[in-house]
Design a protein around this ligand. Structure first.
Ligand code: GDP
Length: 232
């Protein structure tokens, strides 16, 4: 935790009053999240084509976001391991969907995208890849779309939100780098919440995290554990 942690906790309490998580994780859920992420996290497959997808046998939660959003740092904080960052930085892997198996969960790392509006070829590649991955993937519980808390939605994020809407993949926003976010974050969050209402596949609640300060990590683990345990 950094020096500003107590002040931040106060801010977060105020923000959570505005955007209550659903449901607020209790001690049992936090423990379920801790246990889930204490498991081994093993790289099992990389897929660019439909036939390369691993069997759909586990509940699945997918992570995506633009490059540099803090995806590797967040997954490292969640798992307490650097497996994902190591594998996803291997040359040739950056355009593939990567699968990491845990005991009761498949973590899926979707390719990062650019900072500006996505170029046409990237959108085209994704428009093909995403439905191929998501179609009939019964185990896919939710995609977690990472957004830098300092910037809110960027043009490329909006392109991908539309793609997820079109592929009917249920997704939820996870704000990253909260420790760097300005004090006026409440306004950004309000604007984002309003915008989320216009997206058919978006979950209305957002998670607030800082991989560097460990903020919101236990709560996100709990949320993923709840998703993994859900029947539908
Ligand atoms: P990825 O490209 O999405 O996997 O992003 P990385 O995890 O590699 O992070 C990109 C940059 O953001 C790195 O310089 C990280 O140190 C930084 N970063 C990641 N998470 C945080 C965070 O919680 N707080 C701050 N301040 N920086 C972060």
């Amino acid at each position: 935790m950094g020096d500003h942690a107590p002040r931040r906790r106060g801010q977060v309490a105020a923000l959570l009053a505005l955007f209550p998580p659903e449901p607020a994780p209790d001690a049992a859920m936090i423990e379920a999240g801790r246990l889930l992420f204490a498991q081994e996290c093993r790289f099992v497959a990389a897929a660019a084509l439909e036939h390369e997808l691993p069997p759909d046998t586990l509940p699945e939660v997918a992570f995506l976001g633009r490059s540099n959003v803090g995806k590797s740092s967040l997954v490292n904080a969640l798992t307490g391991r650097t497996t994902l960052a190591r594998v996803s930085r291997t040359p040739g892997r950056t355009r593939q969907i990567l699968f990491f198996e845990m005991t009761r969960l498949m973590l899926v790392d979707l390719p990062g995208y650019g900072f500006a509006a996505a170029p046409k070829h990237e959108i085209e590649r994704w428009s093909k890849l995403m439905p191929r991955y998501a179609k009939g993937r019964a185990g896919l519980k939710r995609a977690l779309l990472l957004i830098d808390a300092r910037h809110g939605f960027m043009p490329a994020d909006r392109d991908f939100m539309t793609l997820l809407d079109q592929a009917a993949v249920s997704y939820q926003i996870v704000l990253t780098k909260y420790d760097k976010a300005p004090g006026a974050l409440g306004k950004t969050l309000e604007a984002m919440a309003a915008e989320l209402k216009t997206h058919t596949a978006a979950h209305p609640q957002m998670h607030l995290t800082s991989a560097h300060e460990g903020f919101g990590i236990a709560e996100l683990r709990a949320a993923v554990a709840t998703l993994a345990a859900a029947k539908e």
